[in-house]
Design a protein around this ligand. Structure first.
Ligand code: UDP
Length: 478
């Protein structure tokens, strides 16, 4: 008698929101789970997939793709990640013009229809989906999973501090600022007191971005649908807060994913990185360069760009500056930077950030404090000048300065509409590079780097949590 056919590997399907700050951690998790022997399908809307530099856009029709990892610098087994796409009815250009709130609706409408079809397709192919991992901006994925009777986890891609803040807000467990009491402090278990301008800014009554709070809070309304919250953090970084959150939620810190996911199918960059960043850094003195990047979404106003430029020039230090156009400007807008800027620094539209932060020439990071950038700074051991703009960035900035003690804040709260002067830019740069506390911040940053590395090593807390998650998925699928 023929031996029984081998069981197909467990199949986990990650559903990703089309933003760079989402794609990066989701792709990293995909790589990590694949290296544990799971079949992983990374799912995203088609028009965004066509912009991802690691995917051959000509092949991103409606068919699946399978990418082999780049394992040159890796000890991982090198399992492949599969990609599958759902059609959102747009092309790469027209999707850019869809406002964010309408994009949310569009993804829900098209995704709700497409995911069950994909699940049926994989079942027919003999590789049924064993588990979904949803995205905090796509809470409806857990509804779809429940309807299909497939277990669902979520990958929370902000800090645990932000998670517990949203949770307490959603469940009305503590007082938050109100229109009548806009400056109220927020007190949460395991956390330092948060001033009104330190809570994620979307939760403040004055925010013009209430719809983003609604989108994120949707995840908390659906929390019962997910059996586990994978979290892009690590235990030592947010120990006390994670301890509190564990009392009401099954939380598994698995980060920093960028350090853990050593085998890579290539970056999910939506923009082409300048290819001479590393060559330029190689030509600079060790520990001399200021790296400035505000992530993928927020740009600076022309006036703020000018202040930043003069502050950088005034510091007397070389700099690598990722300059993105402001919100009202097009991608190709003339950025109107002051003359002479290029003599001391290099200005690019997009940089290979992981490699830049890991470079010995970089001394500090002026960051908007998106959570990916925050963890990339921490895992690289680089002190920061925190220049938050909105959302959870303002909370991350507080933690970077006061709790992790690796930097200073340049401007408080939602700085979107406020101007930080060239004098303030220069003062902060000096404080972090040569000021009386600079050495202490550098030491703290290096200490956090070691902690981050220890978390993802074999037997470290995050590595263990990933393995336990894989075991849990196995148990659920029998
Ligand atoms: N990033 C990059 N090159 C750049 C700027 C940003 O590769 O020039 C990456 C960065 O490494 C991070 C992501 O883009 O992984 C941005 O995510 P984050 O959460 O920091 O900010 P967001 O873009 O979501 O505001």
């Amino acid at each position: 008698m023929a031996p029984p056919a081998p069981e197909p590997p467990l199949h986990v399907m990650l559903v990703c929101f089309p933003g760079q700050g989402h794609i990066n951690p989701f792709l990293r998790l995909a790589n990590l789970l694949a290296s544990h022997g799971l079949r992983v399908t990374f799912t995203i809307n088609l028009s965004t997939a066509r912009k991802m530099k690691s995917l051959p856009s000509s092949q991103c029709r409606s068919q699946e793709l399978k990418l082999e990892p780049n394992t040159s610098s890796s000890s991982h087994s090198g399992a492949a990640v599969h990609f599958d796409f759902f059609d959102d009815g747009h092309d790469e250009e027209s999707i850019k013009r869809v406002p964010l709130d309408q994009l949310m609706t569009l993804l829900e409408q098209t995704g709700r229809k497409a995911l069950p079809e994909m699940v049926r397709k994989y079942a027919d192919q003999g590789s049924p989906v064993s588990c979904f991992v949803s995205n905090p901006f796509l809470p409806w994925v857990s509804d779809v999973a429940a309807t299909l009777d497939i277990p669902c986890a979520v990958l929370w891609i902000q800090s645990c501090a932000s998670f517990t803040t949203y949770y307490h807000f959603h469940n009305k467990l503590v007082e938050f600022p109100t229109p009548e009491d806009q400056e109220r402090d927020v007190v949460l278990p395991g956390m330092p007191v948060m001033k009104h301008d330190e809570i994620p800014s979307f939760l403040h009554p004055t925010t013009p971005y209430g719809f983003l709070a609604t989108a994120i809070l949707g995840q908390f309304a659906h929390l019962d649908n997910v059996f586990c919250v994978l979290m892009e953090t690590f235990e030592r970084l947010e120990e006390e807060i994670i301890g509190h959150v564990s009392k009401f939620c099954e939380v598994r810190p698995v980060g920093p994913l960028w350090l853990g996911a050593k085998a890579s199918v290539g970056p999910g960059d939506l923009m082409e990185a300048d290819d001479d960043c590393i060559g330029w850094l190689d030509r600079q003195e060790p520990g001399s360069v200021i790296y400035v990047s505000m992530g993928s979404i927020v740009g600076m106003s022309a006036q703020q760009r000018a202040e930043m430029a003069h502050g950088l020039m005034g510091s007397g230090l070389p700099f690598l500056w990722v300059v993105r156009p402001g919100h009202e400007e097009g991608e190709d807008a003339d950025l109107g930077l002051p003359e002479g800027l290029g003599e001391r620094g290099k200005v690019v539209r997009w940089a290979p950030q992981e490699a830049v932060l890991g470079h010995v020439a970089v001394s500090c990071f002026v960051t908007h404090c998106g959570w990916n950038s925050t963890l990339e700074a921490i895992g690289s051991g680089k002190p920061v000048v925190a220049f938050p703009q909105w959302g959870d960035q303002v909370t991350d900035a507080k933690f970077l300065e006061e709790v992790f003690r690796v930097g200073v804040r340049m401007g408080r709260g939602d700085t979107w509409t406020k101007l930080v002067t060239r004098e303030e830019v220069e003062r902060c740069l000096r404080e972090v590079t040569v000021g009386p506390r600079a050495e202490e911040m550098r030491e703290n940053a290096v200490r956090w780097k070691r902690e981050a590395e220890a978390a993802v090593e074999e037997g470290g807390s995050s590595e263990r949590n990933v393995r336990e998650f894989v075991e849990e998925v196995k148990k659920k699928s029998v």
